[in-house]
Design a protein around this ligand. Structure first.
Ligand code: BEZ
Length: 216
């Protein structure tokens, strides 16, 4: 075994603690513990002053109040300097009349990007791909989404996903494809034969013992 081989950092996994960080941002130094008790959407973009990233930032800014109403902060990241971030966000304000209200990590050391597996050499060795991590109020990773360089994300999907995760936590339910707040939710299937036998008599709307929904 080659003991001199470089060790790969272990990548984040669902329901495990989010990798810790302390990093310079456009709003001063931020660390993961600053977000204790809040949900956090930590997202990377490939580079400042690029069109797809600009459309995503405008959409994140437009959804900022919706995220805040869900006790959720936003934190951007790219491997650019804070001078570049400041210049870019000022340009977005000037050209698109949109203020970017959330901080952006200037990850020139790539420390945060490497800890979160944001560098995908199949796409780029020097830029982060479009990663989105949803971290809950206990600091656990609850969702991870990786998009390539060329294709922008749907920010409405992350609003929906935070709401779905919080709804699952609060009511111990699952949510179906493209679930929207106010729609019926899925009752977790029974785990025992006895539970399956009882399920159809429990007052849910069931297609079968393993497929039951209810209103909240
Ligand atoms: C963009 O944001 O426009 C972009 C960034 C990197 C590669 C391709 C497009």
């Amino acid at each position: 075994m080659d003991t001199d081989a470089p060790t790969q950092p272990s990548l984040p996994r669902l329901n495990e603690p989010a990798p810790d960080f302390k990093a310079p941002t456009t709003h001063g130094v931020k660390e993961l513990s600053d977000y204790a008790g809040k949900w956090l959407v930590l997202f990377s973009h490939p580079a400042d002053f690029t069109p797809v990233c600009t459309t995503e930032f405008i959409a994140f800014a437009n959804a900022y109040d919706e995220f805040q109403a869900m006790n959720t902060d936003l934190l951007g990241l790219s491997i650019d300097s804070h001078f570049s971030h400041i210049a870019w966000t000022r340009t977005i304000k000037e050209k698109f009349e949109v203020e970017i209200p959330f901080p952006i990590i200037a990850d020139l050391s790539m420390e945060v990007a490497n800890a979160y597996g944001m560098i995908q050499p199949g796409e780029s060795d020097t830029s982060a791909v479009r990663c989105t991590f949803i971290i809950d109020d206990k600091g656990l990773i609850r969702a991870m989404v990786y998009y390539p360089l060329a294709n922008g994300r749907s920010i409405a999907e992350f609003v929906r996903l935070v709401k779905a995760l919080q709804t699952s936590d609060e009511y111990d339910v699952a949510t179906p494809e493209n679930w929207q707040p106010g729609e019926r939710v899925i009752v977790p299937p029974p785990k025992t034969a006895a539970g399956a036998a009882e399920r159809l008599d429990e007052g849910y709307d069931c297609v079968d013992w393993w497929f039951c929904t209810k209103e909240l």
